[in-house]
Design a protein around this ligand. Structure first.
Ligand code: LMR
Length: 398
């Protein structure tokens, strides 16, 4: 039977890790997959996570099933972290949250839920977007499209084009939005632009699906969910896919959550039932460990403070790397071409290099970025800024 299958191309992002591992150069730099690295190049286990794991090891008395919706303490914390306690209480039971295997699991469950509710729904993602959005959501059979987003000339958002594209969508269309730290561009909307957008969503009866994978790594834990809270307060329905990979450094634990806002508490209960059945038929239940870590941190004040402090220092370090890189690139190229990097948010920036330049960075300079020239700024270290900037200048012919 399996002779019918053709070899698959490597994943656009995860394939970089393989290419990097095969490179024997001592000077190699991995700026591909989105993981945070400290000054020594390590992706550390956050101190609060390590302590929570030690507590769990000492205290956990059973490995029995948790239940189809996952860890309820975890879900309550995610609602509070994302929506804020005031919004959760104002929504009066209209929001439900189910633990998922990572943010990817959340995105897929959200898409499967939409498919069940209205299988002809058109889904649109930003141009560009995270490369896995289209196969992950489109793999359900939903029709996928794009809306314009990034403006190369400014390194910001083409808000006029974005609004006119969304204005032309059919009512009921599902719009995938990056809540903060847009992947791959690093270009985010301002609070004023989000306010314009929520009015457009209400007027055109569009449904948002927020991808929230970087809370706390942009402007701050509260600031990064500004749009989600705004939309939750003004729209009848909304979906959110939450990932704890980056915000808690729990990448390999695969911990996330899908959140659904319904027009009534009764409807929310129905959505929870559907999400549980969808999960049961795909993988039954989420793995426990990562969500239990988050729940342990959430319910222990000193651990929660330690986590939030460490996250803040990661955020500040990424900002400093952005400033340092933009300045080094300015010196190397002699022009402000890369100044946009310091004004952007989160882990990524799109360098705007040609495929040939991306290839030359890897083969001639042992520096690995994504094929679309997305750089994981959070993978850089202060010591490597000069080397990376010089290499980028060289592949640009400077
Ligand atoms: C990334 O964009 O590099 C990360 O979100 C990792 C992934 O799964 O693609």
């Amino acid at each position: 039977m399996f002779e019918t299958l053709e070899p698959q191309a490597p994943d656009a992002l995860l394939g970089i890790t393989t290419a990097f591992a095969a490179d024997q150069s001592p000077d190699k730099v991995d700026l591909g997959v989105g993981v945070y690295r400290d000054a020594s190049g390590a992706t550390p286990v956050m101190a609060a996570v390590r302590q929570a794991e030690q507590m769990m090891l000492a205290e956990q008395i059973s490995k029995s099933y948790v239940g189809m919706a996952g860890n309820r303490q975890f879900a309550a914390f995610i609602e509070s972290m994302v929506l804020g306690d005031a919004t959760v209480s104002a929504l009066a039971g209209r929001v439900i949250t189910l633990q998922t295997p990572g943010g990817c699991g959340a995105l897929r469950l959200a898409a499967e839920l939409v498919l069940r509710a209205a299988k002809t729904t058109q889904v649109v993602v930003s141009e560009p977007t995270w490369p896995n959005h289209v196969p992950l959501i489109g793999g359900t059979g939903l029709t996928m499209g794009h809306y314009p987003y990034y403006q190369v000339a400014t390194g910001g958002v083409d808000f006029t084009a974005l609004c006119s594209a969304l204005d032309a969508l059919a009512p009921g269309s599902l719009v995938v939005l990056h809540a903060c730290c847009h992947n791959p561009t690093g270009a985010d909307l301002s609070p004023t632009q989000w306010q314009t957008l929520v009015a457009l969503f209400a007027r055109r009866s569009l449904v948002p699906l927020f991808d929230l994978a970087y809370q706390g790594l942009g402007a701050g834990l509260e600031e990064d969910v500004y749009a989600i809270r705004l939309f939750a307060a003004q729209l009848p329905e909304m979906l959110v896919a939450v990932s704890c990979s980056k915000s808690f450094g729990l990448y390999r634990e695969r911990v996330g959550a899908v959140m659904a806002l319904a027009s009534s508490a009764r409807q929310a209960g129905i959505l929870m039932g559907h999400l549980q059945i969808i999960a049961r038929r795909m993988y039954s239940m989420s793995p426990d460990h990562g969500a239990a870590i988050v729940a342990t941190i959430a319910h222990n004040l000193p651990l929660r403070q330690a986590w939030s402090d460490e996250l803040a220092s990661m955020r500040q370090r990424i900002r400093a790397l952005r400033v340092g890189l933009a300045s080094a690139l300015g010196s190397v190229t002699g022009e402000p071409r890369f100044d946009f990097i310091k004004g952007q948010q989160g882990m990524f920036s799109l360098l705007g290099l040609s495929p040939a330049a991306v290839q030359a960075l890897a083969t001639e300079h042992h520096i690995y970025v994504a094929p679309d020239s997305r750089m994981n700024v959070a993978g850089l270290s202060e010591a490597k800024i000069e080397h990376v900037a010089t290499a980028i200048g060289a592949v640009l012919g400077q």
